[in-house]
Structure formats: structure tokens, C-alpha cells
Design a protein around this ligand. Structure first.
Ligand code: CUA
Length: 309
């Protein structure tokens, strides 16, 4: 069973949903076997036999009719009750007014804004054992948040925010992806949820709250200059570097992320340079234009961005 499978739940919400699915599936399998078995039995046992003549005709069987009416009704009542119980387990009960974090789907990446002020992209960090209320929003079209092991799969509908509890028991990495076709980059809209111990999570938040420090010199300083010249600032924010764009991911801490472009490739200086030199080659349809950067410029930009831890 793959680690990101819904059959490997990591939260109480996901457990409840997996149980409901397995119970419903088991009941359906029993009914399918029973009906198929009876149909096959009747086909063979009561097949036409020329010597038998006209079969015995029977009209009305009140006992049988009661059984096949009451049994499905009881099954449906049970499933309704179980589904209701699951909804209560998986849904926010009296959610607080302010969510702990807001997750925003963009074409084609994820933004996470925490109550603490931290802004992250594509890699969402959570403290283990703490229940957080996430508010789901969309910046453009309908996306669908789904990290199977963490529970609910939920649409992000523009203008219609919803809420969902996130609570992972164990530290670890949980992978997911956008589950609603949202345009050219849909397949490259991966989610990585990093569940950390509360201490590690607090340290991560502290680090993410720091502004970027301008490089003192060398290639990184050259890259920082290019970042402003090449209009990167129109779309991207870097706290402390006068870059406030909100269309693309916040890059204040891009150097601390594991992957680039919502999971397209591991975050290495070489991959970042290749991405900057020709984003469309790696993520067709991405709103990151091809600036036709020279190799030295792409290199300097990559060096600068990797200093942003
Ligand atoms: Cu976002 Cu599919």
C-alpha cells in the first residue's frame, strides 16, 4: 500500500472516512455475492426443461416480500447512521472564527498562510498532535485539496471558502495532489505536508518569520539585482527585499523548500537554474514566463534564491 494511500490513514478524520468506506464496501460485496449467487442458482436450477412442461405459477409471497423490503431498509438506515457519525468525526464542530491556517489553491500551486504570519507555498508544515482548522480558498478556478492520509478531500471554490480540520498524529511527510482538473498545470499541483514535532514546528515558524537578508556581494548580490530588473517582483514576494508580488509563490524562504514548482523537481541549485532558464520546459502552461535569461544570469538568480533559507 503506497504511503499516500487513503487506506493508510494518519488522522482521526481520515480513519473515520476509511472505516466508512471499508464497511460500505464490505456490505456491497456481500450483497453483490448474494444476488449474483442467487441469480446463477436460479438460472441453472430452474432452466427450461422440455419434459417438465409449464412450470408451477406462484403469485404473492408476503413473507419473502417483507424480508426483501425490510432488510435493504435496515442496511440503508445503518449506513445513514454510520455516515452521519463519520461526518461528525471528519467535520469541524463549532469551528473557531479564525482558522489556524488558510490554504489557497492557485493555478498551479498552493499557498499556505498561517495565523502566525508565516506564508508558505506547496510545502505545508503542521505540528504533530495538534488539531488545526484550515480554511480552503481559491484564487482563480476550482481546485481540490486532497492529501489522502490526512482525511477529507475538499473542493476549493472561488468565493466560497470552506473549513476542514487537519490533525496528524505522527511526524512524517504526507503527499497529495490537486484532485480536480484545473487547467494545463493540474498534474503538477502536488502537495507536500510536513508534519513535525511541536518543537521542530515552532523552530520552522521562527525561521519562516524572518525576513530575507540582502546578500553582501558576489554572485548572490548580482542575482538579487537581476530579481528586481527582470520584473520577478511583479509576481513574487520576498520579505525584506521590497518584493511584494502575490501572483506567484512567496520566495522569502524558497531555499528551505524541498521541491520546486509544486513538486516538479527536487530543489537543487542546478534544477532551480534550469527552471529559471526555461520554466515552460518543466511545467507547460505555468504562468512563469520564459525570460530568455542568459546562462550566467540564470545561475546568478539561482545562487541568490538558494540563499533565501
Ligand atoms: Cu488545481 Cu487541479
Amino acid at each position: 500500500m503506497s504511503a499516500s494511500s487513503p487506506f493508510n490513514p494518519a488522522t482521526s478524520q481520515a480513519h473515520a472516512i476509511t472505516h466508512l468506506f471499508i464497511i460500505t464496501l464490505a456490505i456491497a460485496v456481500v450483497i453483490l455475492a448474494l444476488v449474483t449467487g442467487l441469480v446463477l442458482y436460479v438460472i441453472v436450477r430452474y432452466r427450461a426443461r422440455p419434459e417438465a412442461g409449464e412450470p408451477y405459477q406462484e403469485f404473492g409471497q408476503p413473507k419473502l416480500e417483507m424480508v426483501w423490503t425490510i432488510a435493504p431498509a435496515l442496511i440503508l438506515i445503518f449506513l445513514f447512521g454510520y455516515a452521519f457519525h463519520t461526518m461528525r468525526e471528519a467535520d469541524p464542530k463549532d469551528p473557531p472564527d479564525t482558522p489556524d491556517l488558510t490554504l489557497v489553491g492557485h493555478q498551479w500551486w498552493w499557498e499556505a498562510r498561517y495565523k502566525s504570519g508565516v506564508i508558505a507555498a506547496n510545502e505545508i508544515h503542521l505540528p504533530a498532535g495538534t488539531r488545526l482548522l484550515a480554511r480552503l480558498e481559491s484564487a482563480d478556478v476550482i481546485h481540490d485539496w486532497w492529501v489522502p492520509q490526512l482525511g477529507r478531500k475538499m473542493d476549493m471554490t472561488p468565493g466560497h471558502p470552506t473549513t476542514m480540520w487537519l490533525q496528524a498524529g505522527k511526524p512524517g511527510v504526507y503527499l497529495g495532489a490537486c484532485a480536480e482538473y484545473c487547467g494545463a498545470g493540474h498534474a503538477w499541483m502536488r502537495i507536500r505536508v510536513d508534519v513535525q514535532t511541536p518543537t521542530d514546528f515552532a523552530a520552522w515558524q521562527q525561521q519562516q518569520l524572518r525576513s530575507a537578508v540582502a546578500p553582501a556581494g558576489g554572485e548572490a548580490a548580482q542575482g538579487a539585482k537581476l530579481f528586481k530588473q527582470e520584473t520577478c517582483v511583479n509576481c513574487h514576494a520576498i520579505a525584506g527585499a521590497h518584493a511584494k508580488g502575490r501572483i506567484g509563490p512567496d520566495l522569502t524562504h524558497i531555499g528551505s523548500r524541498q521541491t520546486l514548482a509544486a513538486g516538479v523537481m527536487p530543489n537543487t541549485p542546478q534544477n532551480l537554474q534550469n527552471w529559471l532558464a526555461n520554466p515552460q520546459a518543466f511545467k507547460p502552461g505555468s504562468y512563469m514566463p520564459d525570460f530568455h535569461l542568459s546562462t550566467p544570469d540564470a545561475h546568478a538568480l539561482a545562487v541568490y534564491l538558494e540563499t533565501l533559507k
